[in-house]
Design a protein around this ligand. Structure first.
Ligand code: 3PG
Length: 218
């Protein structure tokens, strides 16, 4: 089953951007300056995690202030959260685990979704919903690149987004692997920097990450 044009367009943007910043916002007032730092630094994307009460409003602000940015929701654990995220302007859904109800709702409603997986069984379950791109989480603790290589040698049509434990040092080897469409991580958008309002520092870290993508992928 081929991806719909809407889903494929989002997956293409994930691939093109290369590193997707995973953000935790405790206060929606930080959404605009953070969005600015991401745009100016050269990673025009954010996975805004539904771990805080500010997530929904932060997505709304980022999606409306930065129409060219790929803004989505992460840590989505229920269909209700999918609805709230999409209503706020999220263009994709990411989850730490594989929940069939969440995936089915997204597929039925043409919402790009990347469920979290860590085993071949979970990946096959996702593939049987028609998905060919999944998150691999938590990547480093689950065997990292070695495990991705072993699994994708069998699941040949699957592309993976490793997240969890990725940083500026180890992201290069992940991005070099053709089975990896993008990597996710929080290292350039750490909560303490957001809390301290250090958006220039965030922008610099984002720029360094964007340069890594350019260097690896040209
Ligand atoms: C997460 O869901 O926390 C993301 O995977 C980010 O992981 P990281 O903080 O290790 O980059």
């Amino acid at each position: 089953m081929a991806n719909t044009p809407k889903v494929q367009a989002v997956l293409d943007r994930f691939t093109e951007i290369g590193i997707i910043p995973v953000v935790v916002l405790n206060d929606a007032k930080d959404a605009e300056p953070l969005g600015n730092a991401l745009m100016k630094g050269g990673l025009p994307a954010a996975e805004v995690t539904f771990r805080t009460d500010a997530a929904e409003e932060s997505i709304r602000i980022m999606a409306s202030k930065f129409p060219d940015m790929l803004v989505g929701a992460g840590t989505v654990l229920s269909v209700d959260q999918v609805k709230r995220a999409v209503n706020a302007g999220a263009k994709f859904i990411v989850s730490p685990g594989f929940d069939p109800a969440v995936v089915k709702y997204c597929v039925d409603n043409d919402i790009p979704v990347c469920p979290g997986t860590a085993t071949p069984s979970e990946m096959i379950a996702a593939m049987n919903f028609g998905l060919d791109h999944v998150k691999f989480f938590p990547a480093e603790l689950n065997g990292g690149l070695k495990k991705i290589k072993a699994i994708t040698a069998a699941l040949v049509n699957l592309k993976v987004m490793p997240t969890g434990g990725i940083n500026a040092d180890n992201v290069v080897e992940y991005l070099e692997n053709p089975k990896i469409f993008c990597a996710g991580g929080s290292w350039m958008v750490k909560g303490d920097l957001i809390k301290a309002g250090k958006f220039d520092e965030i922008e610099q870290k984002v720029r360094e990450a964007a340069e890594i993508v350019k260097k690896v992928r040209g």
